[in-house]
Design a protein around this ligand. Structure first.
Ligand code: ACM
Length: 449
């Protein structure tokens, strides 16, 4: 199948080289045929990167021949969380699935034929519970202790406390996984995660503390930078660059990174991170600015503008409302690189990416609801830069919705969800922009210091 170009403003030369979407197939496995359809739709929107989030606490989806239990055990959970927040329950429905290397190789070729590069992502050292369900020896505290804590991939959503340990055999294991990933995916950029690794287990574990002392590492943040640096170094030997979430800069010495005028100093503030590592900046502007100052390429995916799991209106009818309101019109106002941005920042921004986390998107129809029509506005921003001219974009929307109808896309109607798109009685946790901005300031304080 091939899909005609969407009737959007996608003429001339694109503003950004990286026009991406990240799809989380770890929380919700989607059959390979659906991924092909997704690729077709991305290509029809002038996009050129599909980052596949293949692993997380809740599931491991990538066949690794050297470690078959990753998919056999890590690819199946007995239930999934229904709803969000304290009132959520478990659905009691097993969820499983994984992709063979052959299937993924075919997907890479299918996507390449449509101008889409697939950037695979294996998330380490946190978001690791599905790994530890399969191979507890790679967790903190010894295999028996991990086995006692981890019965299976996480049935809850959120961030598990489980992280990988930092022993040499664990580094070897992760490198083997990435070797197999590189055999399947030809992208020069490979995702290694780095986000939200909970540091409690490292801090509480005497053996981890001993290893940190041996390696001259003063903090859990430096340990994370060390870990990611080891993996990035291994990938560099295979000719690959890494992309990681902005937490990967946490071991950075931000004070050294900036000159007094805020311009780059050229200081190698994260010695273990290769200069060509790409920062996916999702927690507001702080990671993007630090990454750019350090000379890294930056992909902008700030959650307030690009997280398509976030609710699309303030209405109680939105299905499992999470996050802040991100309407179609809000996406159209996304201004990735404002005219006032300094040149040293602007020249480091290689692109933008919409991220589709799928905790609550358990069918193709629910995925369609979250992604479309917001992807139309995002695609125009990725192509032309933002913000969009509101009247011009509004004039294109009816034709775009008609096109989505023709393609069989089950998008969100402009006036809200149809009854079958709602989730009555399933709780969500709507948040205000103010709450989220305060949280982002707290989360990124270590980068902004
Ligand atoms: C993320 O949203 N954890 C990158």
């Amino acid at each position: 199948m091939s899909v005609p170009l969407a009737p959007l403003d996608l003429a001339g030369q694109p503003r950004f080289a990286w026009r991406g979407v990240m799809l989380d197939v770890a929380r919700r496995f989607r059959p390979i045929a659906e991924l092909r359809r997704f690729v077709d739709l991305l290509a029809a929107h002038g996009l050129n990167v599909l980052q596949l989030h293949l692993t997380d606490d809740q599931g491991w989806r990538f066949e690794v021949r050297a470690y078959p239990l990753l998919t056999e055990v890590g690819g199946r959970r007995s239930a999934s969380q229904l709803g969000h927040g304290p009132a959520s329950t478990l659905d009691g429905v097993p969820h499983e699935g994984s992709y063979s290397q052959a299937e993924l190789r075919e997907l890479v070729a299918y996507a390449a034929a449509r101008g889409i590069r697939i950037v695979p992502e294996i998330d380490v050292p946190g978001h690791a519970q599905s790994i530890l369900a399969a191979y507890p020896e790679f967790g903190v505290g010894g295999a028996d202790a991990v086995r006692a804590r981890v019965a299976e991939p996480w049935t809850r959503f959120g961030i598990s406390d489980e992280v990988l340990n930092v022993e040499e055999p664990t580094i070897d294991f992760v490198c083997t996984v990435f070797d197999e990933l590189c055999d399947v995916f030809d992208s020069d950029v490979v995702g290694f995660g780095g986000d939200e690794a909970q540091k409690r287990r490292w801090r509480d574990d005497p053996r981890t503390q001993e290893l940190m002392a041996e390696r001259g590492l003063a903090s859990a943040e430096e340990l994370q930078a060390w870990f990611l640096g080891r993996i990035a170094g291994h990938l560099a030997e295979r000719g690959r660059r890494v992309i990681g979430w902005d937490e990967m800069l946490e071991g950075a010495d931000a004070a050294d990174a900036a000159g007094s005028d805020g311009a780059p100093s050229g200081a190698p503030a994260v010695p273990s991170l290769p200069a060509d590592a790409v920062v996916a900046s999702w927690r507001g502007p702080v990671g993007a600015e630090l990454g750019a100052r350090l000379g890294h390429d930056v992909v902008l995916c700030p959650d307030l503008w690009t997280y398509f799991d976030y609710r699309q209106s303030d209405s109680a009818d939105e299905p499992i409302p999470v996050g802040t309101v991100l309407s179609l019109d809000d996406v159209a106002t996304f201004d990735p690189v404002p005219a006032s941005a300094p040149e040293w920042f602007a020249e480091r921004v290689v692109g933008v990416q919409a991220n589709v986390w799928t905790e609550h998107l358990d069918t193709q129809a629910r995925l369609d609801y979250a992604v479309f029509p917001r992807l139309g506005a995002f695609a125009e921003v990725a192509w032309n830069g933002g913000p969009l001219d509101p009247d011009g974009f509004a004039a294109r929307v009816p034709g775009y919705l008609a096109w989505l109808d023709e393609q069989g896309v089950d998008y969100r109607p402009l006036d809200g969800p149809r009854p079958d798109q709602q989730r009555p009685g399933v709780p969500g946790v709507p948040r205000s922009r103010e709450e989220r901005l305060a949280e982002l300031a707290r989360l990124t304080a270590t980068l902004a210091r």
